[in-house]
Design a protein around this ligand. Sequence first.
Ligand code: ARG
Length: 457
Amino acid sequence: MALWSGRFSGGQKNELIEFTESVSFDKRLYSHDIDGSKAHVDMLASCRIIPAKTAKSIKRELEKIRKRIDEGRFKFTSRLEDIHMHIESEIIKALGDEGARLHTARSRNDQVNLDTRLYLRDESVKIVLGIRNLQRALVSQAENNSNAIMPGYTHLQHAQPVLFAHHMLAYVEMFSRDSSRLLDCLGRLNILTLGSGAIAGTTLPINRKKVAKDLSFPEISANSMDAVADRDFECEFLACLAIFAMHVSRLSEDIVLWSSREFSFVELADEFCTGSSLMPQKKNPDVAELARGKTGRIYGNLVALLTICKGLPMSYNRDLQEDKEPLFDSIDTVIKILSVLPPMLATMHVRKEKMLAAANNPELMATDLAEELVKLGVPFRKAHERTGALVKWCSSNKVPLNKVSFNEMKKHIPEANKALLKIFDPARSVSKREVDGGTGPCEVRSRIDYWRKKLQK
Ligand code: ARG
């Protein structure tokens, strides 16, 4: 029988039980639920709301339950709705009236909120550590291929030569913002909401600050209605994961492109590819494709939760039970991505010669030419126009920019000198870009060193 069955006559239909249960997915909160209950009974005893002896017995039974669930020896049933009911009824079964004191001055509304916050606190640490691992894989690729030059793209068109390491480090920067966003979010969710009761607090003389201290919450919530009603901390968490997934998806897309025959910039290790059941020659970058594809559900989960919360009247509504599956799914998906992406990147073979060959297109150095003219005193707009005219002549006469005669160059660029004929070298181009944040080798080297040190800790 359900623990709330007092005001009801008659049992529930199976369909209703199956429709309303959440234990099938919220059982993963058991350990956090037990931690919360232990701190709660300690506080109840210290405030003389329940006897100290009762608190002790409850805590002992809670640990037994934790062990049974850990070891897979605990039986779950949809009849008991959720994980909170399971643990409480087990305590009552073991301790009778003593156990019936556990739920004093507490509602499942503030309890579930506490559990989710405790859970997210742990998961965010796992994810941030996973992101560091991912960053390490990118930094070691940058380091091991620190002199590799590749074409940089804008609009997926050849733009300017860049160091491959610079490209890798661009993602390291993005992922570092993803981590710091999660840590910001953690700061906002690290608040004790227990003690809010169902909506209005309690008439019993509880001490919320003690519970906060025992569970390492630096703050307690200031409004009991806000505490049980809102899931903004979960929305924020999912938004952080969605932005992270967007970055993962872009990185994956680069890897997919680069491993195509047309680019051939990288080769993935066999263990991170799969074959085709039909075409014997195929070696597909499925891990990268799936990482890109899984971004869809991670975005979807954010939209699902925002939609669940939208338009709810104050304060707690059962709709809020629907928060967990999207939340858990995004976390599980991100953790899976973080388990495969770092080793896939770490074992990726970089084909420097292919990258350099692609970067050896003199048109990539057209900006360098225009900037040389600026150094000779030509206003940039004019320099751009003259260089553009030379590029146009070259392309209509099928002469590569680096093969143009000095006389021809002079026709389009009266300020030209012979040294300008020698600038069509990708290595020269990157080496000239030692500006803060640029792709110059020293600049990139120092950023590699920065990240290596930072990620060591
Ligand atoms: N399983 C519920 C949830 O996840 C716990 C809170 C239930 N509260 C209630 N008043 N029925 O939201």
